[in-house]
Design a binder for this molecule. Structure first.
Ligand SMILES: [Zn+2]
Ligand SMILES: [Zn+2]
Length: 343
């Protein structure tokens, strides 16, 4: 039986509020406790997929996200948890950025499995995540956000990769650099670094595009997961040999021929959807080894690293996270046709 209703107030005044999930007696207090822990900066950061981080930043501006403290240019959505029984207190309105909005909506609708962590655990402990031997790499960070710095250190420690400050590492290191409004990018110049990976928040499109145009090899959304860091480090050596070209609108690598042997999901933005916001959310909520590419004329393709039989699950999960921002269609499987023809 539901004990509370999670109500959502969209960012624009002409859209109507709606119940996005009804919470049972176990999920309601669990979700309340989780949000409180995030606000206090006490949440277990590795436990849930896409958990907002940023409680170390101050909450001072109107329009700032209650959970990750970012200041989204597209406005915040309000959330309220209304009690349906006397035994549950509920909570008053919090305001969330598009990333946290998507995260909370999906996790509230998916309460039981989220509580059990089953489907959202970040691919096992870091050490168990498969990665090539990258011990020869050295990593430097030019990052002020403590959550990002910790994720990079954790991922590197699990791989036996050394991390230092930009001043102290050997030439040839890979630099992780935070970019965004108000962040001094002087550490961005290639200098003694072999490659750099930009880490950008949702409102950092302009600075990210500039970083990619001036030589950044790859980029991640801020906050990052250790697994996304590992995957970026795995991609960098390949990109030394095969540099990619980035689309200036979406900041995605452009690709002419999609690989035939992998599942491909075409992502079509809904009318009025901010294209970069959609791209940023997709990267934020995808796993490290998934690929998101631009195939020309604002066509976006998502290439998940999953077995073909699990693609439907990915479509469902992304559909919940992106909630009406786009239409996702699966490319018909060539391998499937071949099997049919052979049978
Ligand atoms: Zn429940
Ligand atoms: Zn947020």
């Amino acid at each position: 039986m539901a004990v509370a209703a999670l109500r959502r107030f969209p960012p624009t005044a002409d859209a109507v509020e709606a119940t996005v999930a009804r919470l049972c007696a176990e999920c309601a207090p669990w979700l309340t406790g989780l949000l409180k822990a995030i606000v206090r900066g006490q949440a277990e950061t590795s436990s849930l997929f896409g958990l907002p981080l940023g409680a170390d930043r101050a909450l001072v501006f109107p329009g700032q996200c209650t959970l990750c403290r970012s200041l989204p240019s597209t406005g915040t959505a309000g959330f309220e948890c209304r009690p349906l029984v006397n035994s549950f207190e509920g909570w008053r309105r919090v305001d969330l950025c598009p990333a946290c909005d998507a995260w909370l909506t999906s996790i509230a609708r998916d309460g039981r499995s989220a509580r059990g962590n089953a489907s959202r655990l970040i691919d096992g402990p870091y050490g168990e995540w498969p990665h090539p031997n990258l011990r020869f790499l050295h990593v430097a960070t030019n990052v002020r956000d403590e959550g990002i710095a910790t994720a990079i250190r954790d991922a590197c420690a699990a791989m036996g990769v050394e991390v230092g400050s930009p001043a102290e590492v050997a030439p040839g290191a890979i630099l992780f650099v935070e970019v965004g409004p108000g962040i001094d990018q002087h550490g961005m110049s290639p200098g003694p670094f072999a490659a750099s990976v930009a880490v950008a928040p949702l409102n950092g499109r302009a600075q990210l595009v500039e970083a990619l145009a001036t030589g950044a090899t790859d980029w991640l959304t801020a906050p990052v997961t250790p697994q996304q860091v590992t995957a970026a480090l795995t991609r960098v050596p390949a990109r030394w040999q095969h540099p990619v070209e980035y689309d200036p609108f979406t900041a995605l690598p452009t690709i002419r021929d999609l690989p035939r042997e992998r599942p491909v999901l075409f992502v079509e933005p809904a009318r009025g959807t901010d294209l970069f916001e959609l791209v940023w959310l997709l990267r934020r909520h995808s796993r490290g080894y998934d690929d998101l590419v631009s195939c020309g004329a604002s066509q976006i393709a998502f290439l998940p690293r999953v077995r073909a039989e699990n693609v439907g699950y990915i479509v469902t999960r992304l559909g919940m996270l992106l909630d009406g921002r786009c239409r996702i269609t699966e490319r018909p499987s060539y391998a499937g046709y071949r099997l049919d023809a052979a049978g």
